[in-house]
Design a protein around this ligand. Structure first.
Ligand code: ADP
Length: 210
């Protein structure tokens, strides 16, 4: 199976698509946001940085990612939240060359800003396994109110999922991450997906990996 890079603004549905690919298609999800949030539980400085909506340095995130890729030992994976800058994409090219990993495909999940804001403010996440849910979408609600379907933990609202922090995260995305669309278009592996409907998004990503 092809490795997948998901590029999308905050709350476009990277986590939701990843969850379906993990459950149905045997993929491993590498969510840099989830990895960092787990680390931040024991690191106050990192927690403050994540709450602010700013990016972690390219150097740190690339080092963490490389360690995870080595642990995977060749299994197919989805990159959810990485790369987020051109510099990260270039370092990633070097890492996979060194490890003999195939770049695979890049799926760009396109969602209008107004819809992203609505999703952010209705998003719930599992602090333990990182699964995401939405209280405004019937098919994305947890089966039992405020309880994670996957691991039964109590769901929480992320501190960076406020309207103000969304604005900063969206602007950071447009400035730093959006240029990756050209980077991967030039490599001939970018696929744009209309990601307003989550079931349809999954169906389209699935078509790309077959
Ligand atoms: P979202 O995609 O909804 O903005 P994520 O869960 O992917 O949220 O990321 C949460 C936070 O983790 C980001 O705001 C940033 O601080 C940090 N982060 C995640 N991935 C990266 C990355 N590749 N480079 C730098 N910072 C990152």
């Amino acid at each position: 199976m092809k490795n997948i890079i998901l590029i999308a603004p905050p709350a476009a549905g990277k986590g939701t698509v990843s969850k379906l690919l993990v459950e149905n298609d045997n993929y491993i999800q590498l969510s840099t946001g989830n990895i960092l949030r787990e680390m931040a539980a024991k690191d106050e400085e990192l927690q403050k940085l994540l709450d602010s909506g700013c990016l972690v340095s390219d150097e740190i995130i690339c080092k963490i990612l490389k360690e995870k890729l080595i642990e995977l030992k060749g299994k197919s994976y989805i990159l959810d939240g990485f790369p987020r800058t051109i510099n990260q994409a270039q370092i990633y090219d070097e890492i996979i060359k060194e490890l003999g990993i195939d770049l695979g495909i890049v799926a760009y999940l396109d969602v209008p800003k107004e819809i992203l804001l609505k999703r952010i403010t209705s998003r719930l996440v599992c602090p333990k396994c990182g699964a995401t849910y939405s209280t405004s979408n019937e098919s994305l609600k947890p089966k039992n109110e405020n309880i994670c379907d996957m691991c039964n933990s109590d769901l929480i609202k992320r501190l960076d999922d406020s309207e103000e922090t969304f604005e900063l995260r969206y602007n950071t995305y447009m400035e730093k991450t959006n240029p990756l669309l050209d980077y991967y278009t030039n490599k001939g592996i970018l696929h744009r997906i209309d990601a307003i409907n989550s079931d349809e998004t999954y169906r389209q990503v699935r078509q790309l990996i077959r």
